[in-house]
Design a protein around this ligand. Sequence first.
Ligand SMILES: *Cc1c(COP(=O)(O)O)cnc(C)c1O
Length: 454
Amino acid sequence: MKTRKILLTEQEIPDKWYNIVADMPNKPLPPLHPGTKEPIGPEALAPLFPMELIKQEVSADKWIEIPDEVRFIYSMWRPTPLYRAYGLEKALDTPAKIYYKYEGVSPTGSHKPNTAVAQAYYNKQEGVKKITTETGAGQWGSALSFACNHFDMECEVFMVRLSFDHKPYRKVMMNTWGAKVHASPSDTTEAGRKILEQDPDTTGSLGIAISEAVERAAGSEDTKYALGSVLNHVKLHQTIIGQEAIRQLEKAGDLPDVVIAPFGGGSNFGGLAFPFLRLNFEEGRKIRCIASEPTSCPKLTRGVFRYDFGDTVGMTPLLPMYTLGHNFVPAPIHAGGLRYHGAGVIVSQLLKDQLIEATAHDNLEVFEAGISFARAEGIIPAPEATHGIATAIAEANRCKEEGISRTILFNLCGHGYFDMKAYQDYFEGKIVRHEVTSEEIATSLSELETPEIS
Ligand SMILES: *Cc1c(COP(=O)(O)O)cnc(C)c1O
């Protein structure tokens, strides 16, 4: 029988995270203070994050030890399986070999617990009692709720209004692990009240929810804040994914030509792609790594590389990143986890240096890809994950046109079993094509005070 699932043992869970900063030809530019616009040091982050995570955020060490306790929690669902997509290859009639790493086997159904557990662990070590956060689709909120519950800490989540209304069961899931959940913008913070005054019917955005969660954490001594994407330490923790995938592909006697992942802030993309980029840096390989984003929130393909705030209100440091502008409110697509105006700093620098690629897909196209995948492989993908699938299908079709067999690997970063409303909308013909206009992007960018970085 052919092997469909390539598995590792618990003992093979990697014991270090890979820090790509050590290998980058151009290091990320420093964050700037939101008021003075001067570079800030790590100490500026101390009110929000525990020291150990701040150290990881600015570390240039190539390998960072994973604490045994974190690895042991990982063993609840890791190593995750790597699948050869025989069904999809057949459906596409492609000469390409397609593999996917399946992160949907975690307790919350996505890659997010890989960092949630690590972040909760370091907070616990430093005596933190409560963690606040934002969540878009609810994936990150559930992951942090799960992790905080494990370490007996409180968790308070600001959930983007659109998802709060669309995905009631994600909220119940967070409640099950003991978290408190607000629809954002809420009337429990200054930032939330300010936005509600301007626009009482807003569907919210990640940028607004971040402002709320940061405000709550900054106002209390034993409360810290956690972010589920964008930051360097988040991507660092996710590199467990790509390291496992390399070992699994070695077992299969294969190595990918193309590595693909959906892109919100960059954590599941970085998690899968960075360990493969290490092979490019160290061994001179030419593995293409492609980030896949929605055409309705196209910061990598149509944004500018420039200093911008991570949130809407302008409380976070200014970060050098590809952005659509911190006031950009993306259309209410179902892929809530991809509705963020900016890209992580490391990924932005890599794209600027042309070490990675980016592509965008329309809302309707990704649902078609997701349904083809579900019919060929069985698993119903998260709406975010369908973007990576659409790119993988496009690459596989290209192989067919060119008559070349390439090996394609993509990240199936989450399942869609809490997203049936999205699929229902698709079947009822309610999912429509959507692309932002150049005017919308130009207007949002014109509100930035910071210059473009050349
Ligand atoms: C959060 C999330 C994303 C987007 O975030 P990244 O940091 O870019 O990975 C994508 N897919 C799923 C399933 C998510 O939960």
